[in-house]
Design a protein around this ligand. Structure first.
Ligand SMILES: Cc1cc2nc3c(=O)[nH]c(=O)nc-3n(C[C@H](O)[C@H](O)[C@H](O)COP(=O)(O)O)c2cc1C
Length: 202
């Protein structure tokens, strides 16, 4: 017997959207705890659970992170020859988005749990495992009535994020999730039909 009516679970999974605008309402400790407790039931390669979460909720911590990520963004864009106006507009937009997110969860990969340092596929599996737990957080948050979005910015500024948050040296940021109560209801972006992305091998 399925735990839930399949049609309900399918509808739930299909209704998750990336939400980028949030109400200023905080997310309680209880809700955050339930989300993270469910998230860690995600599968991981060798069950190594290489994910580590940094929870950022204070304006102060968000400001440290935003400044550090922005500094890296500025220097990357300068190196690419972007105009000063384009750089400031992008930096400003990104910083405001971070500061307005009620809850930020930095998703890190802990390199100390790596099973075989020589095998590059093992590293790949750890990255895959962290991505899966990220989705599990988004889904658990969705179950709580929260919206969320995966933001890849820290991947471009791993050291800056690590230093700003004073993370252990082995915690490598992979991305961050912005979470909060919804201030928008985005329409579903188009999907390629499943038939187009699937090939049955006979
Ligand atoms: C690995 C990954 C990185 C993403 N990075 C960003 C990002 O930096 N900024 C952003 O606004 N959305 C980001 N997204 C969200 C995607 O844009 C979104 O999932 C996609 O457009 C489909 O929309 P949906 O999640 O509402 O179904 C990312 C999603 C994934 C899985």
């Amino acid at each position: 017997m399925p735990w839930l009516a399949p049609e309900d679970l399918h509808a739930f999974l299909r209704s998750r959207r990336s939400v980028r605008r949030f109400l200023p309402e905080p997310v309680s400790d209880d809700v955050l705890q339930r989300v993270l407790e469910t998230a860690i039931y995600a599968p991981s390669a060798h069950n190594l659970q290489p994910w580590r979460f940094a929870v950022i909720r204070t304006d102060e911590a968000k400001a440290w992170l935003a400044q550090a990520l922005a500094a890296q963004m500025r220097s990357d864009m300068e190196a690419q020859g972007a105009s000063a106006e384009a750089i400031e507009a992008r930096v400003q937009r990104s910083q405001v988005r971070l500061q307005e997110a009620p809850l930020v969860v930095m998703l890190n990969l802990d390199e100390t749990v790596r099973r075989d340092a020589e095998d590059p596929h093992e590293r790949h599996m750890m990255v895959q495992s962290v991505a899966i737990v990220g989705l599990q957080i988004l889904l658990a948050a969705h179950a709580e009535g929260l919206g969320g979005v995966w933001v890849c910015w820290p991947l471009y500024a791993q050291e800056a994020a690590q230093q700003a948050l004073n993370l252990p040296p082995s915690w490598k940021p992979q991305g961050m999730l912005f979470l909060g109560y919804l201030a928008e209801a985005p329409a579903p972006p188009p999907r390629k039909p499943w038939q187009e992305v699937t090939r049955e091998i006979r």
